[in-house]
Design a protein around this ligand. Structure first.
Ligand SMILES: *[C@@H]1O[C@H](CO)[C@@H](O)[C@H](O)[C@H]1NC(C)=O
Ligand SMILES: *[C@@H]1O[C@H](CO)[C@@H](O)[C@H](O)[C@H]1NC(C)=O
Ligand SMILES: *[C@@H]1O[C@H](CO)[C@@H](O)[C@H](O)[C@H]1NC(C)=O
Length: 276
């Protein structure tokens, strides 16, 4: 009986270690969270997928994905910006189709050519490029932005559609861009490591004939380690239909999200990150 149990535990460990749609971030990619602590279950949708985002054999960030709404709930990453070119390749997550498919993000045409998976089949499980064509006033908004990463591969990894939401075009190119560039550079002065969680609150509208949810709000939060005994935090939120970003404390953002998600109390970071 005991050996059977051990065997099951061992089997599940092997399974976890080898798939990129995983059963928890704590066991499979804890490195993207301060003190290995992901946001709590208050953000979890009915039909979640935990994705350790892997590109070319390396992990770059973590995304909690809402399979029903075909948008991310949040992406979590370490802030490591550097100057460089913006990639222009779009990728999808084969593991959302099934566990036998590749464990790294791929282009739609690679899945079609090498694995004979049609775009239609991919689209049953996630948003595809076609969903973001012909939008008016909205474009592809990164939760984890490519500019917060140091090299070509880490930047390309952010171009998976599982990290993308339909975002107000003016907001994306305006105040949100300003937050991603200016606010982050200013606030991370003196930070040794900065952990970021960026998310989207689902809205009542959809694009692509009801396939992909248009979030009502987009939010971001950060916990920075100044040194081993001192940490600071900040947060922002924006309504996804105007070009305006509000700055908040981490505690204020958690209060706001608790109301907006309407489930249990939201916690985005380990208690070692100050709420004020
Ligand atoms: C593209 O959008 C326009 C206006 O929003 C609409 O009239 C047209 O039918 C759309 N085309 C496709 C292929 O969805
Ligand atoms: C900065 O972080 C690294 C780990 O990323 C750690 O090894 C180092 O000790 C930290 N430095 C300070 C001053 O806390
Ligand atoms: C950590 O940083 C804080 C704020 O800058 C500073 O007051 C404190 O002396 C630092 N502690 C150590 C151990 O370096």
């Amino acid at each position: 009986m005991l050996s059977l149990l051990l065997l099951q535990v061992l089997a599940s460990c092997l399974w976890l270690g080898h798939s990129e749609v995983v059963t928890s971030f704590e066991s499979s990619c804890p490195q993207f969270f301060f003190r290995k602590t992901p946001p709590n279950e208050a953000l979890e949708p009915e039909n979640p997928a935990w994705i350790c985002q892997r590109y070319k054999n390396q992990y770059y960030f973590a995304t909690l994905y809402d399979r029903s709404r075909r948008i991310p709930v949040y992406s979590a990453y370490l802030y490591q910006p550097a100057a460089g070119k913006r990639p222009n390749t779009w990728l999808v997550e084969p593991q959302l189709i099934g566990p036998t498919y590749p464990k790294t993000m791929e282009r739609e045409w690679t899945l079609l050519n090498d694995f004979s998976i049609s775009v239609e089949e991919i689209g049953k499980h996630q948003a595809v490029l076609q969903d973001y064509k012909n939008l008016t006033g909205l474009n592809r908004g990164h939760l984890n932005p490519s500019s917060h990463h140091p090299d070509s591969s880490s930047r390309t990894a952010t171009f998976t559609l599982t990290n993308i939401v339909p975002q107000n075009e003016k907001l994306n190119g305006g105040s949100w861009n300003n937050y991603e560039q200016q606010t982050m550079i200013r606030n991370t002065q003196g930070c040794n490591n900065t952990y970021v969680v960026v998310g989207a609150v689902p809205g009542n509208n959809y694009i692509a004939k009801g396939r992909v949810n248009k979030p009502s709000y987009i939010w971001a939060s950060a916990c920075c380690e100044v040194n081993t005994s001192h940490r600071k935090t900040w947060a922002v939120i924006a309504e996804n239909d105007r070009d305006e970003v509000e700055l908040l404390t981490l505690g204020e953002l958690e209060d706001t999200l608790t109301l907006l998600y309407g489930r249990s109390r939201v916690s985005l970071f380990d208690s070692g990150c100050p709420r004020i």
